[in-house]
Design a protein. Structure first.
Length: 271
């Protein structure tokens, strides 16, 4: 039989609630301490970026504030990859002071791109500043050099193509200024596709360019499949020698000359 009066409230001990409060306060303090003395934005995602020319730079200013009561020293800073450029910050940050670190991410190929800067602080800790973007090239085919100077005689021009299909690309369709002779070698696989970051395979092809008999400016337009065509400007101040009409307008003494097999329209095997 229960002898307790019906209106009497049961008093529960308060110490469990106090313990919970203390634990929550300790957790907040631990998180703040763990985050370090410099606080601010450490990740910038530019989202989807459509680029027409490559390389393309995305810029962002990271701002960090010294929220501690002591001076913070930056012992060093380094980029995490060759695709990242930055302006080194001041080495000393006083309490309450903020610093700005301008960072640029170089975008070239389609797919997910990530890079950043690592700041090394006194005491051995570090801060990672990360930039990211999802790249889509408006013109999947790039031609280098661009513009093309047929009097430079530095490199043999080449094409790099983002090809989203399993097999090699078809033969290039080339249109050039009248009198300008252009031949493209067969496609060769340069980089395999990467499904984890959405990057297509990269194929490359050498080009043989012969300037016309008369000097002046011109252009070359190349199209592969149903992709957007790419046009480059061409400049030459020296006409092609009459005795060697098939000679290349650009010569690389250290490179192997193009052969009949290089310019054959057959598709290149993968690898």
């Amino acid at each position: 039989m229960n002898d307790q009066p019906p209106n009497m409230r049961i008093r529960r001990p308060l110490w469990p609630a106090a313990v919970v409060v203390v634990l929550l306060v300790g957790l907040v303090v631990w998180i703040l301490t763990r985050s370090g003395p410099l606080q601010g934005q450490t990740l910038f995602d530019a989202g989807s970026v459509r680029i027409e020319t490559s390389p393309f730079l995305v810029h962002h200013d990271f701002v960090l504030t010294n929220v501690s009561d002591a001076t913070v020293n930056i012992d060093g800073a380094r980029a995490t990859c060759g695709c990242t450029e930055f302006v080194p910050p001041d080495s000393t940050i006083e309490p309450g002071e903020s610093i700005v670190i301008p960072v640029s991410l170089k975008l070239e190929m389609s797919g997910r791109k990530k890079g950043g800067v690592v700041l090394m602080l006194n005491g051995g800790s570090q801060i990672n500043l990360v930039m990211a973007a999802t790249v889509e090239r408006a013109y999947p085919l790039s031609i280098s050099p661009n513009p093309m100077d047929l009097t430079a005689r530095i490199v043999i021009p080449y094409m790099d193509l983002e090809w989203p299909h399993d097999g090699p690309p078809p033969v290039s369709k080339i249109e050039a200024t009248e009198g300008l002779v252009v031949e493209a070698g067969r496609w060769k696989l340069k980089a395999t596709a990467n499904s984890s970051n959405g990057r297509p395979a990269i194929w490359t092809s050498k080009m043989r360019v012969t300037p016309p008999r008369s000097i002046g400016p011109g252009s070359i337009t190349v199209q592969v499949g149903n992709l957007e065509p790419t046009t480059v400007e061409v400049i030459w101040t020296k006409p092609a020698p009459s005795e060697t009409p098939a000679a290349s307008g650009l010569v690389d003494p250290g490179a192997s000359p193009l052969t009949t097999a290089d310019t054959a329209p057959a598709e290149a095997p993968v690898g």
